[in-house]
Design a protein around this ligand. Structure first.
Ligand code: FAD
Length: 479
């Protein structure tokens, strides 16, 4: 009997757990999920929650009945320590107490620690900005946003600042969707002229998104993603600041440096949603003699190292190759441990790193979108299942971000008749300038925007919630 334990129940963890359960006989092998969540959350729709256009409950479902039906053990708690030689995880249970969960194979799919603390004054709990990165925060953001709407309805002009709250933040796509949903909603309410909406981001240019930007094949022409993003901002009167590291937030004020200047500049706001830096969740890795080897197994930001080439980082941007990126997501010291989704440590950024003149790093960190998290969770589960089933002795299923593409449906406004979304596909995620003139295969890299995009976004919401519930034929829905 093999015991496979998955940490986390986001896109990566849920995909891994469902695929493991599908591939491993219940009577022979155990699959356990350890997660602090009682509900699965469909993250992409939190941008709509954050503008009060969707109730957060519509993005969630209870995990317990799904796990019961599937025969997946459910431990509702936070993994605190992984004892790598004795092969168990210590868990702080949500209902109190702790538990020791044994494993033969461990998949860490714990996503990011939302590192608000890396920027003084950032975040909804101890700072001055809202967030759409958790369901509760998104609901609170929606309430705060509607308060701004009330003020505008009374004739006030309101300053809104959306973007990234740290020089090394990622997930610009979520901020991009959010700012457009705000502008769209205000336009629908006839209040757009009462808002001064501004984007602030660590991206070197608009449309970078942490993937080094892209060029899009459209109607036989090559269009820069920067132009595409700039046009979308200009249409709604949104101003932007790029190449900026927000260094400190006070009530109503965001202070930042840029790649051009180390002089601290200030942007005032009435409402701000700034995505924090992402780090690894604070799980300790402990050996039999009690030594804490977290620093050896994880990158400095706490994300788990896997089969990437981490020696590639110092070689510099011009010498980075797609081969630097992991294939199997297997930890190379403890080969029964894997990391899936945001929890794996990337070898280096995808976008070209920059810094302010005083050395403050400013680079959009590599995103691992829901699709990437699902794909990686899937291949890791298949590799582990094959090993458990005796079909292989090494992980054989691979998915390098240098070899797989990404499809992104970015909401620009929620309405079934007047809404819009940008549908962008790119292949591969990590550009390959050796093979492709523009870094990506132009036959598979394209983008468009319109109402049909919104319908697709709304359809994906239902499709993925269906899939994550593991309902009939769930595995036929692509990751
Ligand atoms: C507002 C927003 C909108 C987005 N929109 C899109 C989109 O449209 N398309 C897209 O592709 N991507 C989108 N993304 C990105 C996407 O949501 C992430 O890439 C994806 O959620 C990552 O999945 P994950 O499983 O790696 O991490 P997560 O989804 O963060 O899941 C991590 C899981 O681990 C659990 N966990 C944390 N700590 C522990 C612990 N110590 N022990 C056990 N479990 C733990 C968490 O509770 C959670 O269940 C969006 C992100 C945001 C914030």
């Amino acid at each position: 009997m093999a015991k496979v334990v998955v940490l986390g129940s986001g896109f990566a963890g849920q995909t891994a757990a469902l695929n493991l359960r599908k591939s491993l006989k219940k009577k022979d092998h155990e699959v356990t999920v350890i997660t602090p969540n009682k509900k699965f959350g469909y993250v992409p729709s939190w941008v709509w929650v954050g503008v009060g256009k969707m109730d957060v409950s519509e993005t969630q479902f209870d995990l317990a009945p799904v796990y019961k039906k599937k025969g997946i053990n459910y431990v509702n708690g936070l993994a605190k320590e992984v004892h790598v030689e004795e092969q168990f995880v210590t868990v702080d249970l949500l209902d109190g107490g702790s538990e020791k969960v044994e494993y033969d194979y461990l998949i860490n799919a714990t996503g990011p620690r939302l590192a608000y603390d890396m920027t003084e004054g950032l975040g909804p709990d101890h700072g001055h900005t809202v967030s759409i990165c958790t369901p509760n925060h998104a609901a609170e953001a929606g309430e705060e946003y509607l308060k701004m709407v009330e003020r505008m309805e009374k004739g006030e002009t309101v300053k809104m600042l959306i973007g990234t709250g740290h020089g090394m933040a990622t997930c610009q796509g979520a901020g991009f969707e959010y700012i457009h949903n705000i502008a769209f909603d205000l336009e629908q309410r006839g209040l757009l002229d009462k808002a001064q909406i501004k984007w602030i981001s660590n991206e070197r240019m608009l449309g970078d998104f942490g993937v080094g930007g892209m060029v899009i094949g459209k109607a036989g022409h090559i269009v820069s993603g920067k132009i595409f993003a700039e046009a979308s901002f200009m249409e709604q009167g949104i101003e932007w600041i790029t190449g900026a590291a927000v260094t400190k937030v006070e009530a109503g004020k965001a202070h930042y440096k840029t790649v051009e200047s180390s002089e601290v500049q200030t942007e005032e706001f009435d409402f701000a949603m700034l995505i924090p830096a992402f780090a690894g969740v604070p799980i300790k890795y402990i050996t039999k003699d009690g030594s804490d080897i977290t620093g050896d197994l994880c990158a400095p930001n706490g994300m788990l190292k896997v089969d990437a080439d981490y020696s590639s980082a110092p070689r510099g941007f011009d010498n980075w190759r797609k081969e630097d990126w992991p294939l199997t997501y297997q930890n190379q010291t403890y080969k029964n441990i894997y990391a899936a989704g945001i929890s794996f440590a990337p070898p280096h950024p995808i976008s070209k790193p920059a810094a302010s003149p005083d050395g403050t790093p400013i680079v959009a960190s590599p995103p691992r979108t829901g699709m990437a998290a699902g794909i990686i969770g899937h291949v890791v589960a298949m590799s582990v299942a094959d090993i458990v089933n005796g079909k292989s002795s090494e992980p054989e299923h691979t998915a390098s971000m240098g070899d797989f593409g990404a499809a992104c449906v970015a909401s620009m406004g929620k309405s079934m008749t007047r809404g819009s979304a940008a549908v962008i596909a790119m292949y591969p995620v990590v550009p390959n300038y050796e093979k492709y003139e523009y870094g990506r295969d132009m036959d598979a890299t394209f983008g468009d925007q319109g109402l049909a995009g919104h319908w697709l976004k709304a359809l994906l919401h239902h499709l993925f919630i269906y899939k994550m519930k593991g309902k009939f034929g769930w595995w036929l829905i692509p990751d």
